[in-house]
Design a protein around this ligand. Structure first.
Ligand code: ZN
Length: 430
């Protein structure tokens, strides 16, 4: 497997984004290493050594935080559309995933990273097989991420035992690069045996690792769980097993009872709204207001590109806001400011990325939006424009930890990744 080592982590050279719109003023942003070290007008003259990034006709925003995705599923984008979750998983996704080799995992990850750079995602919380290949892909495109080792035993503890060993080895052998965190995946209560759930609970507690899980995504998941576990919902079942805590990030959480919401609130679980995927698979509607009113930490996620069908967090913000409004009949629910904050500042706080806002001392995780794009003109309210009219295609420049990953729409190495991912696509459909 060839690599093209375009960029490395921990940029050292000073950079200045010149003449970008930040808030209501045209400013320069000075980046020293990975951090923002100056904001103001005319910084170029006092830092003649700095590399200049042209910010003219752009607006600067923090890059976006994707709370739940499956990166290598970019190769399955468009396969098995218009099916319900369980049929989609068992008849389409899992048979195709069985054909994945290291090549598909690696280039699927690379392709996802290209899409995230292109559309302004600066951090993502991953859930997929072969996390070492996700880490390898991140060497080439140094975004921030949480990469999680997956336990999914198909309800067979004997399969689980092998995965537990692999997991122990992964954590012994792996050091996360700067900006990348490591964690665990429990796929779901319908794909993991009680033994594996308990093993993950103990291992994560011992090593103080986060746990990423699918939770109460469909009505079927809840009903099946209640039948199998003496009337307990997935939330109640996991709570009884002692899994739920502040270290848990639970994706979907669509079908929740009042008791479930109390438990999530009491245990400090973080939840992820995935509106695109939930609508496409007709899973249901995330109970945003009830969760927000209980002050449960809320994230936004795209899910994988096979159920969305893209990783565009700008589009996801719009879907989230529109879904909540039409579902509740309340047009004031989930304002542009609210969902923008969830996808940036609050997401960054939950994942402790060091970014999420453009302020002195923060990580330089910045996107420059193209103010010449029709979607961003006129800018009555730029946050509204970001949520309701812009898309990821309007991101012109993307900086992650001070590394310029895309400048003026150009991403180094994109053609090569497209070519290799195309070869994988040909193999999968043959
Ligand atoms: Zn998912």
């Amino acid at each position: 497997m060839l690599t093209d080592n375009i960029l490395s982590r921990g940029a050292v050279m000073k950079k200045i984004i010149q003449n970008t719109l930040l808030g209501s003023d045209i400013q320069d942003i000075l980046i020293d290493g990975t951090k923002i070290s100056g904001i103001g007008a005319g910084l170029v003259s006092s830092h003649p050594e700095a590399q200049i990034i042209d910010g003219k006709d752009t607006a600067a925003f923090p890059s976006l935080i994707n709370g739940h995705t499956h990166s290598p599923m970019t190769l399955l984008r468009g396969a098995g559309d218009d099916l319900g979750l369980h049929e989609w998983l068992t008849e389409c996704m899992w048979p195709l995933e069985d054909k994945y080799t290291d090549e598909e995992f690696y280039w699927g990850n690379r392709m996802a990273l290209m899409e995230m750079v292109r559309t302004g995602t600066g951090f993502f919380n991953e859930m997929y097989f072969n996390p070492h290949l996700a880490l390898k892909a991140l060497e080439e495109t140094p975004l921030k991420a949480r990469i999680n080792f997956p336990i999914m035993d198909g309800m067979n503890p004997e399969v689980g035992k092998k995965q537990w060993k692999d997991c122990e080895r992964f954590f012994e052998e792996t050091t996360a690069p700067q900006g990348v965190q490591l964690g665990m995946v429990l796929h779901s209560v319908y794909t993991d045996s009680r033994e594996s759930i308990e093993w993950v609970r103990n291992f994560a507690a011992d090593k103080n690792l986060p746990i990423h899980i699918h939770l109460s995504e469909t009505e079927k998941e809840v009903q099946d769980c209640m039948e199998a576990h003496e009337g307990l919902s997935p939330v109640e079942y996991l709570h009884q097993l002692g899994v739920l805590s502040q270290r848990v990030v639970a994706a979907h959480t669509v079908h929740l009872s009042e008791t479930d919401i109390e438990i999530l609130s009491d245990t400090g679980v973080n939840v992820v709204h995935n509106p695109g995927s939930n609508m496409k698979l007709a899973s249901g509607v995330f109970p945003y207001k009830a969760l927000r009113d209980k002050k449960i930490p809320i994230l936004l996620g795209t899910d994988g590109a096979a159920s969305n069908n893209n990783l565009d967090m700008l589009e996801e913000m719009k879907l989230a806001a529109l879904l909540q409004k039409v579902h509740t009949g309340d047009p004031t629910l989930m304002s542009a400011e609210e969902i923008f904050e969830i996808a940036t500042k609050k997401g960054a706080e939950i994942f402790n990325t060091g970014g999420g806002v453009i302020e002195l001392g923060k990580e330089a995780d910045i996107i420059l939006m193209d103010l010449k794009s029709p979607a961003l003109f006129p800018a009555w309210n730029l946050i509204s424009s970001m949520v309701y009219s812009a898309s990821g295609m309007d991101v012109k420049t993307h900086i992650s930890s001070g590394n310029v990953l895309m400048e003026d729409y150009k991403i180094p190495g994109y053609e090569r990744v497209l070519e290799e991912a195309g070869r994988c696509f040909d193999r999968l459909r043959s």
